[in-house]
Design a protein around this ligand. Structure first.
Ligand code: AMP
Ligand code: ZN
Ligand code: ZN
Length: 497
């Protein structure tokens, strides 16, 4: 009896193995989507388009769909924002809450210079990045740098990836991506990433829009031109999708505008896991309420919240790595401490980011080019948390549940019509509001802030909403509420489409 069971078991095992292998084999050529290349130019502020002659960027804009800007997430720092773009999760959900962070369960620190931490999937596993979704759903992913891409996340790495090396020549990055696209069909990647850091580095060193930033941008653009020419030669340029982004903007900082936390707090009694535009503070030897009391009203350019009081609009509440207390400085103001600043002059830091993502200066860049969108289109500011669902859709992937949505992009996809922005300026009893309205969402410009709102009702006038922000218009008149501030009796003083 046992003797006849063995061959049967063997057959069963072989059948199981075959099914398992088929599951992991790439999809057949005819079932695969056009490739999608996601590019990030670190620190490209939304208004850098007019900084220099950038023929490659212009080519992508002319042939694609450009948003006014990209509204990011808090904090507007490289690792949190990049990881949001590929997960659709807010940092308070995906757990990459800063470039420098502390995990209370593991009692461990993460920082960009710590290669072991950067390559450790432990820090990223709360949300699934798009390259893992792609690999799990029988597509192939290839990353030429992206925060998180060096780590095995939820057991999976991209089929092709590179250990981060900031000095890798830009030409090598472009040539490698083209080589990947030249691979035989059964190996060619479907989802690819490319990343450039030089525009951000120059922005920090010389300030936003300074000449070295312009030079770095021209260099990146020349390399993008190489890429576009290479794609065109291969007949791929109009067949595939290119999503061009940046991870945040850049603001001036001034040596005279530093807030010294140790003027108000005994730093030996707390842990500060991140400094800069915002400080992430942990109650080690002090009560949370005592820290908040010590900082509340301490400096006219500083705000402070206990974890549960952080404004909902920041979506920064739920992960265990979100600190007990968050202090945020005003734009152009920084939070530091006396030992760190001792003896320093301006120390080559003229640009910074990390503040409230609604501040227009923190907004980044978004352009999409490819068969799904009509050429020459424009749309109001979009949200970075929605990009993962957009890219998953274009790749035919089922995105895991996240904080984003495809809704604001859907009316622009496969519509055959170039996007246009309806632009209105309102006077609200002396206060000014600007509305930039798209097909299913809008951007509301209030002072130095730009909020992105979803269309929630179009029956009786139009109503738009987002967390802590609402806008309602019948065309000529409007009213709005932003962070509890009311704008009423608003009359359109300018309108054009
Ligand atoms: P930020 O100041 O937040 O814009 O951080 C930018 C820095 O992050 C750049 O100087 C990059 O060199 C660095 N960076 C970008 N990607 C990675 C990565 N995958 N691993 C380590 N560092 C990175
Ligand atoms: Zn960055
Ligand atoms: Zn930076």
């Amino acid at each position: 009896m046992m003797r006849c069971l063995f061959p049967l078991l063997g057959l069963l095992l072989a059948a199981l193995l075959l099914t398992a292998c088929q599951g992991s084999r790439p999809l057949a050529e005819e079932d695969r989507p056009p490739p999608l290349l996601l590019i990030s130019i670190d620190g490209f502020r939304h208004d850098y388009f007019d900084l220099a002659d950038t023929p490659a960027l212009d080519r992508l804009v002319a042939g694609g769909l450009k948003a006014d800007s990209l509204h990011h997430v808090f904090p507007t720092k490289t690792f949190p924002t990049h990881y949001t773009m590929v997960t659709g999760c807010y940092p308070g959900t995906h757990g990459v809450v800063a470039n420098s962070m502390w995990d209370p369960d593991r009692d461990a620190r993460f920082s960009l210079g710590n290669r072991d931490a950067v390559g450790d999937g432990f820090w990223y596993g709360a949300c699934e990045p798009l390259w893992v979704t792609a690999e799990n759903q029988r597509l192939t992913a290839a990353t030429f740098f992206w925060p998180g891409s060096e780590a095995r996340i939820l057991g999976v790495r991209p089929s092709f990836w590179k250990p981060y090396a900031a000095d890798t020549p830009h030409r090598e990055r472009i040539e490698t991506v083209l080589e990947w696209l030249d691979l035989p069909a059964d190996q060619r990647p479907d989802f690819l990433t490319l990343y450039f850091s030089s525009v951000d580095s120059m922005g920090h060193r010389h300030g936003p829009r300074a000449d070295p930033v312009r030079d770095a941008l021209i260099d990146v653009d020349q390399h993008l031109e190489m890429l576009l020419d290479g794609l065109e030669e291969r007949g791929l340029l109009d067949q595939m999708h290119i999503v061009l982004t940046s991870d945040h903007g850049m603001s001036w900082v001034d040596f005279d505008q530093y807030i010294m936390l140790d003027d108000y707090l005994d730093l030996s009694r707390v842990r500060v896991s991140d400094w800069g535009p915002a400080a992430q503070i942990w109650a080690t030897d002090m009560e949370v309420e005592d820290i908040v009391a010590a900082l509340d009203g301490a400096h006219p350019h500083l705000r402070v919240w206990a974890r549960e009081d952080i404004p909902d609009r920041y979506h920064f509440g739920s992960h265990r790595r979100v600190p007990d207390v968050l202090a945020e400085a005003d734009l152009e103001w920084m939070i530091s401490n006396k030992p760190y600043m001792m003896g320093r002059r301006q120390f080559s830091l003229y640009g910074m980011h990390g503040w409230d993502p609604a501040l227009l200066e923190m907004h980044g860049l978004f352009v999409i080019h490819g068969p799904a969108v009509a050429a020459g289109g424009a749309m109001p500011a979009v949200r970075s948390v929605d990009l993962n669902d957009l890219m998953a859709h274009l790749l035919g992937l089922e995105a895991p549940a996240n904080d984003g949505s495809l809704d604001s992009f859907r009316p622009y996809l496969d519509s055959g019509r170039a996007g246009q922005i309806e632009h209105r300026v309102y006077d609200c009893q002396g206060e000014r509001l600007e509305a930039r309205i798209g097909r299913a969402h809008m951007a509301l410009h209030v002072d130095e802030f730009v909020h992105v709102l979803d269309l929630v009702d179009a029956d009786d006038g139009r109503r738009f909403a987002a967390t802590d922000v609402a806008f309602q218009t019948d065309g000529v008149t409007a009213r709005a509420e932003v962070d509890g501030r009311r704008f009423s009796a608003c009359r359109a003083v300018m309108a054009n489409r």
